[in-house]
Design a protein around this ligand. Structure first.
Ligand SMILES: Cc1ncc(COP(=O)(O)O)c(C=O)c1O
Length: 391
């Protein structure tokens, strides 16, 4: 059996029951289940607002669209971002004709506050912080910097469903937090996400904008006590078709019940990896920041000769991942190539070991022994990576 980096675990019967309710009611779109999921998510995270969307990518775009419009930012204004992320993060900035300005990452692979300070200019309007793998990195420092410089803080929490910082779900101090419930995330649906604005007025606006700018969604028009379906609405702004639907919300509602239990198992696997890898020379384990209880979406290490090590794994039926290629290596962002040396270096060495709910300790033993063999086969004895890492 191949061992893959991600395998989602669905509670099939329970999910089918929830979906059946939607089908029998004849309501699969935005409506009763999306509202129920939003309420459960607010309760779980402690966020004051939550709006269910079709994806995190949609949410990041919506956040920037709303902030730009509300604060009258100009085309070309700047948003500080990380090169070590899935491209959605940076594409969302470009969708709004804003400019991604890349700052470098720290030992947690998150934005480095020192590098962020250097990237601030009079045109800086926002910063997107990615909690990579569920790690909070130096998030609290970033919050301070954003407050001091009047920069909107967008938390791309695609990996952070369930991450706690100082005992509390992360995100309450950001201007907006955007989650992903994409197919292989910690809370998997098929494709969906959640946007949580701190400001309720912006949440109201997001609800209209995610439904093409229409003043009242179909469910609001249908669900009034007055009885029948009301056909009349206004279109107050140019919006997008970004809202979530009741089938995805049904999946989310069930998966949310198990999120803490699932993340606990992920953390157990991660600490087993920590123990089994601690005496292996020539690798670096990416540590979780102090006071962070990570959702453990990823378990990342750095290895020398990554591509060859990866091939060795593949040849042995094990399929790790890479999170991520430095985005400035991609044609569309290569105007910034070389500006973030740490991200660039790590991107060549990073490897995400398999981490999912079907893995057993025996699987981990096999993965670790395969890694040892790969290092023996692919890395010359005098080849080392650690020295590059103290930067
Ligand atoms: C860091 C990060 N940001 C954003 C996204 C986009 O999420 P979605 O697929 O829900 O649009 C992902 C998804 O992989 C991600 O990993």
């Amino acid at each position: 059996m191949p061992i893959n980096v991600f395998v989602p675990k669905f509670r099939t019967d329970e999910i089918l029951e929830e979906i059946k309710e939607c089908l029998e009611k004849g309501w699969t779109g935005l409506g009763f289940k999306t509202v129920e999921f939003e309420n459960h998510w607010k309760q779980y995270t402690g966020m004051p607002n939550a709006h269910f969307l079709s994806s995190n990518t949609a949410g990041l775009h919506l956040a920037l669209n709303i902030f730009k419009e509300q604060n009258k930012w100009a085309d070309g204004d700047e948003v500080i971002s990380t090169p070590l992320t899935f491209i959605s993060t940076n594409h969302a900035i470009v969708y709004e004709r804003l400019t991604p300005v890349f700052a470098d990452v720290d030992e947690y692979l998150c934005l480095d506050p020192k590098s962020v300070l250097k990237a601030i200019t009079p045109k800086t309007r926002a910063l997107i912080f990615v909690g990579i793998g569920g790690n909070s990195g130096q998030y609290e420092e970033i919050v301070k910097i954003c407050k001091e410089h009047n920069i909107k803080l967008i938390l791309d929490a695609a990996h952070m469903a369930g991450t706690k910082l100082n005992g509390k779900h992360i995100g309450s101090d950001a201007d907006v937090v955007v989650y992903s419930f994409q197919a292989v995330k910690n809370l998997p649906s098929a494709d969906s996400g959640m946007i949580c604005f701190a400001d309720q007025q912006l949440d109201n606006l997001a609800r209209k904008k995610s439904w093409l700018g229409i003043s009242k969604d179909t469910y609001q028009r249908f669900n009034k006590n007055e009885g029948s379906y009301k056909w009349k609405y206004d279109v107050e702004s140019i919006g997008f078709k970004y809202h979530g639907n009741s089938i995805m919300a049904s999946m989310g509602l069930v998966q949310l019940k198990y999120l803490d239990e699932d993340n606990t198992y992920r953390r157990k696997l991660a600490s087993l990896y920590d123990k089994k890898l601690e005496n292996i020379k020539n690798i670096q384990i990416i540590k979780v920041a102090p006071n962070c209880e990570s959702s453990r979406h990823l378990y990342q290490i750095c290895v020398p000769n990554r591509d060859e090590v990866m091939q060795f794994f593949y040849d042995n039926g094990i399929y790790p991942g890479v999170h991520y290629i430095d985005n400035t290596e991609y044609t569309v962002y290569n105007y910034a190539y070389g500006k973030c040396p740490n991200a660039s270096l790590k991107s060549k060495m990073l490897l995400s070991l398999p981490l999912h709910l079907n893995l057993t300790e025996n699987d981990l033993n096999l993965i670790v022994s395969t890694l040892e063999k790969a290092l023996k086969n692919c890395v010359k004895p005098n080849e080392s990576l650690i020295s590059d890492f103290s930067k």
